[in-house]
Design a protein around this ligand. Structure first.
Ligand code: FMN
Length: 367
């Protein structure tokens, strides 16, 4: 066994992954049908990438209320479950494993998605970001502060989405608690100024996440639940670091040890944060010693850096985003030491096959 670390097998809960190359969750806006259901095109896209040790799907809204972008798929309706069945079948036919990312955007949504009603968020604070609406990019608005009933409903929606995911044949779910969306909005003092049980202290701001895990556990095995965190996100999606940001993630990650989860998926800082106060610039270094379970690391990795992180014990697996857009056979390319194809940013969020299912494998390129 002299394989490079990325290509070595990994046990994830009770699942055997054939390698440690993970496809990171990526919104691609191809569910352009009235139901926002995945289609045959989605099945083809994910099938092409099934040599990954694990695929994490694009963020998928857990309810109508959770949506924030046009043509993103959901996981709350019958038609969506039927659509996802084609995807999971295609990936399993190729011997792959696939988790679905469960998503609620919170205040990053827009009234245009909700018949004029305000988006929901922990507090009525405008992120001053952009929302990608049916009428193009628009400024976000000041959201509605969620009532306790709204919070309970959201927890139920996550639970129901996990139940649907299981029915659709997914191997597990990833809770999207990252990147400035609803759960991250609860964690941060700059977006959560509540004075009830869900605000104030670090424990209170993190509470909803643990209630969601506990709810999802009622539907699917605990070791099939993963979650994603981006502790040093700053200046993107309306997030601002403060002196309690990192201590909040310290608390959350330590507490996750009380669970037997599939994995914790962390992102290194997305942008240059060297001048930003209160930031932890080295996420894996800080949290690898804290978290006792399986750790997936992400953001701006290439093959060499990915191998190094695993070799040095900084992570168990590496999630690749943009490289997976243009290299469906990323694993085979790593194996062969083949060059990677460039991604075309103009087709990240467009509809149809172009820039989605038409990237060739390196074998096809050679012909
Ligand atoms: C087109 C695109 C869509 C994305 N959509 C999501 C998403 O739905 N959920 C999520 O957690 N992250 C999303 N991300 C972030 C990626 O998962 C990843 O964290 C980021 O691209 C950095 O990794 P990379 O340098 O390997 O691309 C998206 C990124 C891109 C480029």
């Amino acid at each position: 066994m002299n394989k490079q670390p990325l290509l070595q097998a990994l046990t994830l809960g009770d699942l055997e992954l054939k390698n440690r190359v993970v496809m990171a969750p990526m919104t691609r806006n191809r569910a352009d049908n009235p139901e926002n259901a995945p289609t045959d095109l989605h099945a083809e896209y994910y099938r092409q990438r099934a040599s990954a040790g694990l695929i994490i799907t694009e963020g998928s809204q857990i309810s109508k209320r959770a949506v924030g972008y046009i043509f993103t798929p959901g996981i709350y309706s019958e038609a969506q479950v039927e659509g996802w069945k084609k995807v999971t079948q295609a990936v399993h036919d190729e011997g792959g494993k696939i988790f679905i990312q469960l998503w609620h955007v919170g205040r990053i949504s827009h009234p245009d998605f909700h018949g004029g009603d305000l988006p929901h968020a922990p507090s009525a604070i405008n992120p001053n970001a952009k929302s990608y609406t049916p009428k193009g990019f628009k400024e976000t608005v000041t959201p509605k502060e969620m009532t306790l009933e709204d919070i309970q409903q959201t927890i139920l929606d996550f639970r129901n989405a996990a139940k649907n995911a299981w029915a659709a044949g997914f191997d597990g779910v990833e809770i999207h608690s990252s990147n400035g969306y609803l759960l991250h909005q609860f964690f941060s003092r700059t977006s959560n100024v509540r004075t009830d049980a869900y605000g104030g202290s670090i424990e209170n701001r993190a509470k909803i996440l643990f209630e969601i895990i506990d709810a999802i556990k009622q539907e699917i095995p605990e070791n099939r639940i993963g979650l994603r965190l981006n502790p040093s996100l700053h200046g993107i999606f309306g997030m601002t670091m403060d002196e309690e940001s990192i201590p909040t993630f310290d608390y959350i990650i330590e507490k996750l040890n009380e669970y037997d989860l599939a994995y914790l998926h962390l992102s290194e800082p997305f942008n240059d944060v060297s001048e930003v106060p209160f930031v932890e610039p080295e996420i894996a270094k800080r949290y690898r010693p804290v978290y006792k379970g399986t750790l997936i690391i992400n953001a701006n990795f290439d093959q060499e850096e990915g191998n190094r992180y695993i070799l040095e014990g900084l992570a168990d697996a590496v999630a690749y985003g943009k490289p997976y857009i243009s290299n469906p056979d990323l694993v085979e390319r790593f194996e062969a030491g083949a060059e990677l194809a460039e991604w075309d940013q103009d087709t990240f969020y467009t509809q149809g096959e172009k820039g989605y299912t038409d990237y060739p494998t390196y074998q096809e390129e050679k012909v």
